[in-house]
Design a protein around this ligand. Structure first.
Ligand code: NAP
Length: 332
């Protein structure tokens, strides 16, 4: 028998979640049956979509259950194996985050190349957020010369999407929530313009940053950002709806943009997507992004918090904007 710690959902939040919504518990792991492995997690991810799973609402992923361990992306090391194809020392990607160790069937785990360092990159730039950025740009058919605006630009998805748009020959404008983030976008990631949305109305700042309008909006935020983008769009503009984090902690949905007639007058189109529908594109994405990352063309940043016991706070801090690039919890 092995003991492991896990973070469970203690209660469902109303509005912003708090540490009381989580509890740390110990659990006994079963001994291995044939076909199973014991994995010790090294890193886990905290992501905005987990906020939606804390609500008792059916969505594209099922809600977390009160009293049960949370789930999410994790990278771990196999410490014992009774499964063909996986051996002690292998590094695997799983959805068994929010716990120190777990026992699982080997199927459902993906072995990853242990030479990639840091291994946490598989939870960010080379993982789900990176694929989200890549597929989002593809779905909105970004082309050289497009003026592309991204909200949440200094986060896990936005920072990759902005860099990829730049590599595709676009003019790239980003918004984020602190001066340090804006510096990073402008001086390290090569954005053409960037503004801190907390400095004043998004519309005024976007209009100044994009004097020739925008052709594409990569929306991670919704709300005021979406309304501002609609007003600044050029004719035939395209929106890729990736997320709406400005509303995730609202107790009731806010009214939508007041300027929806822009869709008609400017002949706009808007497409939503869920990255889980595009997992078969992972190899193609990794081929492009992996090469760009290892050659230094694609840059990443992580905000790393240590210890499973601090994972709830890391999640809450991410929702409040404490991360630059990907928010990671280091466990091993
Ligand atoms: P992230 O950007 O790394 O972290 C969340 C960031 O949101 C925070 O750092 C904060 O940065 C920003 N934020 C929080 N409240 C905000 C507000 N009221 N207005 C503007 N910005 C706010 O997270 P991520 O993983 O890359 O996800 C970004 C978005 O993509 C989220 O909406 C997420 O739900 C979505 N997403 C969608 C898919 C999909 O399949 N469609 C997949 C992954 C992610 P600031 O300091 O800049 O405020």
């Amino acid at each position: 028998m092995t003991t492991s710690r896990e973070i469970r959902l203690a209660s469902r939040p109303r509005g912003w979640p708090t540490p009381d919504n989580f509890t740390l518990a110990e659990t006994q792991l079963p001994s291995l049956s044939e076909g199973q492995v014991l994995v010790r997690n090294l890193f886990m991810s905290v992501d905005p979509y987990m906020r939606g799973r804390m609500n008792d609402v059916k969505s594209y992923v099922p809600p977390f259950q009160i009293g049960k361990a949370l789930e999410g992306g994790a990278i771990g090391e196999v410490v014992e194996s009774r499964a063909n194809g996986l051996q002690r020392g292998d590094i695997v990607s799983s959805m068994f985050g929010w716990r120190d160790s777990f026992v699982s069937e080997a199927r459902g785990l993906q072995r990853v190349d242990a030479k990639i360092q840091p291994l946490s990159a598989y939870l960010g730039i080379l993982g789900m957020p990176g694929l989200t950025a890549w597929i989002g740009l593809k779905l909105v058919d970004v082309k050289a010369g497009d003026r592309v605006f991204l909200s949440g630009a200094a986060g896990a998805v936005g920072s990759v999407a902005g860099q990829l748009a730049k590599m595709r020959g676009c003019r790239v404008i980003g918004s984020a929530g602190s001066p340090d983030k804006i510096n990073w976008l402008l001086h390290e990631l090569g954005f053409d313009a960037a503004f801190n949305y907390k400095d004043g109305p998004v519309y005024d700042q976007l209009k100044r940053a994009a004097p020739d309008g925008i052709d594409v909006y990569f929306d991670n935020v919704g709300g005021e950002h979406l309304e501002a983008a609609l007003s600044v769009f050029n004719v035939n503009g395209r929106i890729i709806a990736c997320g709406g984090i400005s509303g995730y902690n609202e107790e009731a949905p806010r009214p939508g943009p007041r300027n929806m007639m822009a869709f008609v007058s400017k002949r706009l189109t808007m497409k939503g997507f869920i990255v889980a529908d595009w997992l078969s594109s992972m190899p193609e994405f990794l081929k492009e992004a992996g090469e760009q990352w290892s050659s230094g063309k694609l840059k990443m940043k992580e905000t790393v918090v240590e210890g499973l016991e601090h994972a709830p706070q890391a999640f809450l801090d991410m929702l409040h904007g404490a991360n630059t690039g990907k928010m990671i919890v280091q466990l091993g």
